[in-house]
Structures are given as structure tokens and as C-alpha cells.
Design a protein. Structure first.
Length: 174
């Protein structure tokens, strides 16, 4: 079902059809083609320039209305940023694990990761190291026993960061 009331449907039926000229149809088609060719990245200014190069007479406001009519919404592409700094002259560690994530005994294979959390005092780094045998066999993992004081301090800092998220940070509001 279209989820339209009966009265709205009949009002739509009685409404006269909108007639557009052939020139306007060509403008719609060319604008859509140029926009899709740009992978949805053309804003109204660039689209206006390209349409003018194609011979159409359009204004900024006209292109804005055209984009709204056709449902053309700009999506910014995120540039790929290389985060791995690798020199081919550097030594590369051997792959001792070789995709074997099921060790036979404890203390054979360990894995780890590092992440960071924003706290009220700045950035806090969290490092996790775990025994893969313990994870596979018990379906849970632990890093190390954390004292109640340490866990209280961590939770306190995280609560401070949540409450001060709107306040400017130490790095100049970044």
C-alpha cells in the first residue's frame, strides 16, 4: 500500500499534470548526467559552470532549485589517508602465527591491540594483551586483574569525559 489517504489520492488525480518544455527536459537530463558523472560530488556552483559550458542559461538559484527538484544531494568523498608508514628497506617480522588462531595450550599465542579514549584529563591509551587459548576455550577473555581503585579511576575519568564532551578540550577545541 502507498499509505496515502483517499482524499489526497483523489486530489492528486484532479490536479492538472505539470507540463515541462523540451528544453527544460534536456536541462534535467544533462544536469542529472553531469551530477552522476561526478559521482555525486558536484555542488550547485560547479554544476552551474558545467551547464553553462553545455549551452544552458541558468542562475545559482535556478541550479539550487533544479538540484532540489531532481533530488540531487552532494556526498563528499573521504580522501584515502595512508596510516601505515612502511619503508621497504625496513625488516618485516616473520608470520609465526600463520592464521592459526586455535593454539593447543595456554601461553603459546598472544594477541594485542591499542586504542585511545578521550577523558576529562586528555587522551588515555588502553592496551589489551590476551592469550588466544584462553579466549577460544572459555569464550571470554581477561587482560589482567584490575584493582578496584584502578577500575574506579578509569570509570571516573570516562564519566568526566562524557560530561565535558561539549566543553573545549586542551588542544584548542579539536
Amino acid at each position: 500500500m502507498m499509505k496515502v489517504s483517499r482524499s489526497a489520492y483523489y486530489a492528486w488525480l484532479k490536479r492538472p499534470a505539470k507540463v515541462i518544455t523540451a528544453e527544460q527536459l534536456n536541462l534535467y537530463r544533462k544536469a542529472k548526467q553531469l551530477f552522476e558523472k561526478s559521482r555525486n560530488s558536484l555542488g550547485y556552483r560547479e554544476l552551474r559552470k558545467k551547464l553553462r559550458r553545455e549551452g544552458f542559461t541558468v542562475s545559482d538559484y535556478g541550479v539550487q532549485k533544479l538540484m532540489a527538484t531532481l533530488g540531487l544531494v552532494v556526498t563528499q568523498r573521504v580522501a584515502y589517508k595512508v596510516t601505515t608508514k612502511c619503508k621497504h628497506s625496513d625488516a618485516v617480522a616473520d608470520n609465526l602465527l600463520n592464521q592459526n588462531f586455535n593454539p593447543e595450550a595456554p601461553n603459546q599465542v598472544w594477541a594485542g591491540d591499542v586504542t585511545y579514549l578521550r577523558t576529562g584529563e586528555g587522551w588515555m591509551y588502553l592496551a589489551i594483551v590476551m592469550d588466544l587459548n584462553y579466549i577460544i576455550n572459555s569464550q571470554a577473555f581477561f587482560i589482567r586483574k584490575v584493582s578496584p581503585l584502578e577500575s574506579f579511576q578509569l570509570l571516573n575519568k570516562l564519566d568526566l569525559s562524557a560530561s565535558s564532551a561539549s566543553a573545549p578540550s586542551e588542544q584548542g577545541g579539536k
